[in-house]
Design a protein. Structure first.
Length: 324
């Protein structure tokens, strides 16, 4: 099953009203080498709400743009699941998005992507894994965007979708056909479900601090938004306890934060549950990555090289101190 309509329906007229309210906000080009810059969007959820001194250390929160869209805010609040990126994505007439994969949009990695079409047309062509999608305004859909997919707007209208990346919990699984959820549970490592963090305690974290050599294979996950060309050499990850979390510093700059979800196991703030740091009795971590291809550099660019790997384990080497 490549797609599924989920049991929620929204008012197309109210969606269009919110879209009109957001029309004056600046649109940001979307990442990826598979389009020419005409594919743009407005962030409705971003890490730290899209502001603050170090948003990369914070969970995804509503941005100021959502204040202008009360019906979209109501829609999102009704989806009782932790959210990652939420965007209004726009593709103008004549534009296209080339074929690519979004490797992280799969249950093994711990995230699924939902769509609510707001404005579309029969001449907008979206194909996922060779199957054309025909989604209508106000419907809630899931598509398996970890498969190859592409989009072309052959119409004379601007196509706009609300695109919602979410973590996985019982609520969101309850929206899906039971047979699909059963299939996910049987495949590979199954489903990487969201685990809420334990109470924050700096004192309990001190034994996990220190410097560890992060191999270059993992840098696309923890590179703090740097371009791939800056990530190829790996780095020393300096772990410090701050505000009840572990902050991962790379070359003197905070890159991400870790939250304890079990004794010795940490999730990465703002990332799916398929990435964890697991510390042994000597407080040396192994980074565990589930449900994505081995080549994370290609995956970040939207291209899958090689098969999806159920689980990859990267034991880290402790170093005396971070190097500048």
């Amino acid at each position: 099953m490549i797609s599924a309509r989920l049991p929620r329906t929204y008012d197309p007229a109210r969606l269009a009203e919110d879209l009109d309210r957001l029309r004056t906000l600046p649109q940001a080009p979307q990442p990826g080498p598979y389009h020419d810059g005409e594919w743009t969007g407005v962030d409705l959820y971003a890490q730290g709400g899209g502001s603050g001194p170090a948003p990369q250390l914070e969970p995804f929160r509503p941005t100021a743009a959502l204040d202008h869209a009360p019906y979209l805010a109501e829609l999102l609040a009704g989806l009782d699941v932790p959210k990652l990126m939420v965007r209004l994505l726009t593709l103008p007439p004549g534009a296209d998005i080339g074929e690519h994969n979004d490797a992280g949009c799969n249950p093994q990695f711990g995230s699924v992507r939902l769509h609510v079409p707001i404005r579309t047309h029969p001449d907008v062509v979206m194909v996922v894994d060779g199957e054309r999608m025909r989604w209508q305004p106000g419907e809630l859909w899931w598509g398996d965007f970890s498969k190859r997919h592409w989009l072309r707007n052959d119409s004379e209208v601007t196509r706009v979708h609300l695109v919602i990346d979410v973590l996985i919990n019982d609520f969101v699984l309850g929206l899906f056909p039971p047979e699909l959820v059963a299939r996910w549970r049987e495949e590979g490592t199954g489903i990487s479900a969201y685990r809420p963090p334990l109470p924050r305690d700096d004192a309990a974290l001190e034994r996990f601090t220190g410097g560890f050599l992060l191999p270059n294979q993992l840098m696309p996950l923890f590179g703090g938004g740097k371009g791939l060309e800056a990530l190829v050499d790996g780095a020393v990850a300096e772990l410090t306890a701050r505000d009840g979390r572990l902050v991962v510093g790379l070359n003197g700059e905070p890159a991400c934060a870790l939250e304890r979800v079990a004794d010795g196991t940490f999730s990465v703030v703002g990332q799916p549950a398929g990435v964890t740091w697991e510390f042994d009795a000597s407080a040396v971590p192994t980074v565990v990555v589930r449900g994505v291809p081995e080549d994370l550099y290609a995956a970040q660019l939207g291209f899958q090289r090689g098969p999806v790997v159920a689980e990859q384990r990267f034991p880290l080497e402790r170093v005396a101190k971070a190097v500048s």
